[in-house]
Design a protein around this ligand. Sequence first.
Ligand code: ZN
Length: 243
Amino acid sequence: MPSLRRTRSSINRVRRSLLPLAVAGAWAAPAAAPVCPPLADAFRLDRRVDSPGVALTFDDGPHPDGTPAILDLLAAANATATFFLVGEQVERYPEVARAVADAGHEVALHGFRHTLLLRRTVRELADDLARAHALIEDVTGASPQLYRPPYGVFSLGGLLHARRRWRPLLWSTWGRDWTRRATPTSVARLATRDLRPGDVVLLHDADHYSAEGSWRVTAGSLPAILEAVQALGAPFVPCTQAT
Ligand SMILES: [Zn+2]
C-alpha cells in the first residue's frame, strides 16, 4: 500500500507544519480582544467597570505638557480618572507622575517600555512589569492594581503572567485620539457614542507613541466628553474603586 503510506506521511507532514501555526494562534488568541468583545469575555478580560459611573482612562503618560493639561480639565470638572503610566516616561518625568497621584487619580500599569507583548517572551515581560510597578510605586506612593498592555494587545503567556499580580483591563469605548486625522470633535463624538454607565473610555494624555501633538486633540475633546458623562448623571470613577 505504498500510495496509502505516502498519503499518511504527507498528512503527517501537513500536521507537523500546522502545529507551529496552531501554537502561534493560541499564543496570539487574546490579541484581538480589544476589538472583539466575545473574545474578551472568553478570556475574562474586563472592558467595563461594575459601576453606575463612567471610568475615564488615559494611557501613555506622563507627558510634561499633555498630562498637566488633562489634569487641569479634570480638576475643573471635579472628575477623577485612571492613568495607565509607562515606566520609561515616569523615569523621565517623575514629578508629573507624582502630580497625577497627588490629584487623587488612580495610577495603573502600562509597562516599562511601550512594546507589543507578542514581540516579547514572558520572562522579558515579567521583568518589564516588575520594573515599572516598582518605579511607579516609588515615585507616586501608590501601588498599581490594574494592567493594560501597549495597544491593548495580550499574548496568552503575557495574560497568564499579568493576571497573577494585576487585574487586566481593556476599554469599552475610545476616541481614537492617537491618529493623525483625529480632531477634538471626532474624538468626543466617537468616545461618547452610546455612552452608558459602566463604560471605560480610552484616551491618551501623551504623544510619546502616537501622532505628534495628539494630546492637544485629546485635551480639546475632553470638555465635551466630561459634559456627556455629566449629562448621563454618572459619576466619574477611578477603575479600581468602581469595582
Ligand atoms: Zn499605550
